[in-house]
Write a protein that binds this ligand. Structure first.
Ligand code: MTE
Ligand code: MO
Length: 309
């Protein structure tokens, strides 16, 4: 079932939640009080658990936490999926993330300042890797547009560029010189400001583990998974489209836009269906990974672009 009750480990006391969620929670608390149950969420000194944003119903069962955290793509560590133990050597503190480029107020944030400053939300999103496996997981974090608003993008900025940490001492993959390190990804400004574009700092109600991109990563669920860059150290606003990691390696197979589409095959395999992590079940792939109602309008004037690779 989809019922999920995360701990509020990273919710600052002054956190604000969307009204509907706060209301729903008050009902829960009131219900518990009526039953005479001591509700930890009702105490002022304890942050309440987060409720998944109801705008984004996942429509399928949550992936088991163990599966999502032991089957990963993180090429800085390895091109195998079982890198989770090696990734534990990534030091998650101290950690800073610079937000710079074409902005009025460039800033370098310490990760704990971000956690304290940004109201935390939970979202259960479907995730679709270009390799045709998929998962459904609860991320904790905040909308990307809130972070952008803090640095005040200039009107001339057209793209948002994301850069992953490069720590050769703990990331053996960096010694493979045929990859164009660092891992860089990018979105257009309007994609980055879309409701769905999310910065994750937690997973299953706990701090984001390193193998999943801890302490802070991008999550753009309507695009193939490679767009969702991990372990971010820099976000740069630019008027130029960046050279992005997989497109630089193989431009015939991977593009800048990478929107999910079951009808546009990868040159080497079909994208019509996907395997759910932790099972052999295959389900049909949905255009924009099922998020078309939120994002299809972004592309109405971009139909001449290769939107689906
Ligand atoms: N820095 C970095 N980010 C990355 C990757 C990577 O290799 N390095 N892999 C991408 C790919 S292909 C996918 S499918 C997702 C996987 O995220 P997960 O391991 O949390 O499922 O991370 C993406 N972000
Ligand atoms: Mo992927």
């Amino acid at each position: 079932m989809l019922i999920h009750n995360p701990r509020g480990w990273e919710l600052p006391e002054r956190a604000v939640t969307p009204e509907a969620l706060a209301l729903g929670r008050r009902h829960l608390i009131a219900g518990a009080a009526a039953l005479g149950l001591a509700s930890p969420a009702a105490r002022a000194d304890t942050p309440p658990p987060l409720t998944p944003d109801p705008r984004f119903p996942p429509g399928r069962a949550l992936t088991a936490e163990k599966d999502a955290e032991t089957y990963n793509n993180y090429y800085e560590f390895s091109d195998d999926k079982d890198l989770w133990e090696d990734a534990k050597s990534l030091p998650l503190r101290p950690w800073t993330i610079a937000v710079d480029g074409m902005v009025a107020k460039p800033q370098t944030f310490a990760i704990d300042d971000i956690l304290n400053k940004m109201p935390q939300e939970e979202r259960i999103y479907r995730h679709r890797c270009v390799e045709a496996w998929a998962m459904t997981v609860p991320w904790t974090g905040f909308p990307l547009r809130r972070l952008l608003a803090a640095v005040e993008p200039l009107g001339s900025a057209k793209y948002v560029v994301f850069q992953t940490a490069m720590l050769p001492k703990v990331m053996p993959g960096l010694s493979q010189p045929w990859y164009p390190w660092p891992y860089v990804e990018g979105l257009t400004i309007d994609e980055a400001e879309n409701d769905l574009a999310f910065v994750a700092t937690g997973l299953y109600g706990k701090p984001l583990p390193p193998q999943n991109g801890g302490p802070i990563r991008l999550v753009v669920p309507w695009k193939y998974g490679f767009k969702s860059a991990k372990s971010l150290v820099k976000i740069t606003l630019s008027d130029k489209r960046p050279a992005v990691f997989w497109q630089s390696i193989q431009p015939r197979e991977y593009g800048f836009w990478a929107n999910v589409n079951p009808n546009v095959a990868h040159p080497r395999w079909s994208q019509a269906s996907e395997r759910l992590l932790g099972s052999n079940e295959r389900v049909p792939t949905q255009i924009y990974n099922g998020y078309g109602a939120f994002v299809a309008s972004l592309y109405a004037d971009r139909m001449t672009e290769p939107l689906f690779m």
